[in-house]
Design a protein around this ligand. Structure first.
Ligand code: GDP
Length: 195
């Protein structure tokens, strides 16, 4: 799956900038600092690749990477607390148009920090995905940082949140980019979506 070249293609700021929809696409979304760059880097085996999306100026772009035969798409961390209203609105419009109009988009992986469980901003993106009829699946990140009862509680909280979302795929994927946990599982899930 990720055996081929992995490279950054482009950051998209408007619908007419999207690359041709000529292959399967999966998308990663999550609050900033959730561990999204680390996860994409672990998945593709290319350290520093997804860091491009975190650099200033790229944070309001939809970032496209090729990974073997597919597009891996990195959505910026949502909740631009300090951005001007006009910037936030422009971004939300683009995000909606992209999610509703992209026929090759097969699944969005919504990343949630295993220490915290689903938060209000996570619920917002899930509701947008419901409204856009885009199937999504939750990936818990940084599971090396939480154990036992605390992990159980955060998983239970997240599962309860998911139950309210018709577009949610019920199974959680537990990952740690640091420890390499769940990366193979996530790859296998993506491979299963292909074609
Ligand atoms: P992003 O803003 O969502 O792209 O988050 P990053 O990938 O940049 O990660 C944010 C912080 O969390 C960094 O300090 C990472 O080193 C740390 N981090 C990311 N993944 C893991 C993980 O699996 N385990 C632990 N312990 N820390 C992680």
């Amino acid at each position: 799956l990720f055996a081929g070249e992995t490279e950054f293609i482009k950051g998209v700021v408007a619908m007419d900038g999207l690359p041709d929809p000529d292959r399967v696409e999966v998308c990663f979304a999550g609050r900033s600092n959730v561990g999204k760059s680390s996860l994409i880097n672990a998945l593709t085996g290319r350290k520093g690749l997804a860091r491009a999306s975190n650099t200033p100026g790229r944070t309001q772009e939809i970032n496209f990477f090729t990974a073997g035969d597919i597009y891996v798409v990195d959505l910026p961390g949502y909740g631009f607390a300090n951005a001007p209203v006009a910037v936030v609105e422009k971004w939300q419009r683009l995000l909606k148009q992209y999610l509703q109009g992209r026929q090759t988009l097969r699944r969005v992986f919504v990343l949630i920090d295993a220490r915290h469980g689903a938060k209000a901003v996570d619920e917002e993106i899930m509701s947008l995905l419901d409204a856009s009829a885009v199937t999504f699946q939750v990936v818990m990140t940084k599971i090396d940082k939480v154990k036992g009862k605390a992990l159980d509680e955060s998983l239970a909280k997240t599962r309860a949140a998911l139950a309210k979302h018709p577009a949610a795929y019920p199974e959680l994927i537990l990952t740690s980019s640091d420890k390499g946990i769940g990366i193979a599982t996530l790859r296998a899930v993506i491979a299963g979506i292909e074609g």
